[in-house]
Ligand binder design. Structure first.
Ligand SMILES: NC(=O)c1ccc[n+]([C@@H]2O[C@H](COP(=O)([O-])OP(=O)(O)OC[C@H]3O[C@@H](n4cnc5c(N)ncnc54)[C@H](OP(=O)(O)O)[C@@H]3O)[C@@H](O)[C@H]2O)c1
Length: 270
């Protein structure tokens, strides 16, 4: 599906750069199929070394591309819309990875029938481990949405959601890596508190998070069942879990997703 797809990225910063390097590492798309543009040559240089075509002219990421990814900050987008409108044709797909900007707002800046697909990815794309929420705009066909999902599936996995759910995706997986980094850091602090070296504690904490996440995804079992399987009566794990309940870990995480979702809604308002 993506073998011959030409993809242009406008804005190759943290997220755009992670997407491009992740796609190259995945190996299904050749570097020559990718064009990265950015105002700053410094962010383009490592991508050039991967064999990706680079330019400081945003139109190079539009002309001749099948998919154009808008990877700039929302506040930089208005300056680009005129250029995108001038060069983008209805047989191309505009993918926006901008947080909090809905497809209708983007469509209103473009020619009437240009297909827009919105994606909320993660910089974990650079490791092939991103969770991305995807939704199609008014003019995007299911086949066009599928093509965009096929691209982002190469750097992790995607879920198709309604646009009204994109703020919740932002609150959960968009902001989620930071929550998990905090959990890993706190677990490691616990290990250090109990006498482990920082290096050993961090390794144990991070590998535990990775393994538990893989177990949930690969076993298909509900996490509560997996937790029961490792919780012996009267044992150490139930003592730790009891403390987590007492301190409100679940409540803290649910509240974090809620607060981040509400902030995303707020940021998306004109
Ligand atoms: N970072 C994340 O974890 C993450 C996750 C999901 C979604 N996103 C979304 O991804 C987008 C980019 O975020 P980011 O963190 O990657 O920001 P970033 O690191 O600042 O990258 C954006 C890049 O776009 C460049 N740029 C601005 N105007 C441009 C133009 N007219 N033509 C070409 N390049 C231009 C910027 O250059 P200057 O610095 O010179 O302006 C910058 O290098 C945002 O909309 C954000 O909501 C980010």
């Amino acid at each position: 599906m993506t073998e011959e797809c030409r993809i242009g990225v406008i804005g190759a910063g943290n997220m755009g750069g992670a997407l491009i390097s992740g796609l190259v590492a995945a190996g299904h798309i050749r570097p020559a199929q990718l064009t990265a543009t950015d105002l700053r040559d410094a962010v383009l240089q490592p991508l050039r070394q991967l064999g990706v075509r680079t330019s400081t002219q945003a139109e190079d990421a539009i002309l001749g591309q099948q998919v154009v990814v808008l990877g700039v900050k929302p506040q930089s987008a208005p300056a680009l819309f005129q250029l995108v409108k001038e060069h983008l044709r209805p047989d191309q797909i505009l993918v926006s990875i901008m947080a909090g900007v809905n497809t209708a707002a983007i469509e209103s800046q473009l020619e009437a029938s240009v297909p827009v697909v919105r994606v909320m990815p993660q910089t974990l794309a650079q490791l092939g481990a991103a969770a991305s929420g995807v939704c199609g705009g008014r003019h995007a066909t299911p086949a066009q949405v599928d093509l965009v999902r096929a691209i982002f599936d190469q750097v992790g996995s995607t879920v198709l959601v309604g646009e009204y759910q994109m703020d919740a995706v932002t609150g959960l997986s968009g902001s989620g890596p930071a929550y998990i980094y905090t959990v890993i850091e706190a677990l490691a602090d616990g290990g250090v508190r109990m006498g482990l070296s920082r290096e050993v504690a961090l390794k144990l904490a991070a590998q535990t998070a990775l393994g538990a996440a893989r177990m949930v995804l690969e076993s298909g079992q509900h996490p509560a069942i997996l937790r029961d399987q490792v919780t012996s009566p009267g044992g150490t794990t139930i003592a730790g879990l009891h403390k987590l309940e007492e301190k409100g870990l679940r409540d803290a995480l649910i509240s974090a997703v809620q607060a981040a979702t509400e902030r995303s809604i707020q940021l998306g308002k004109p």
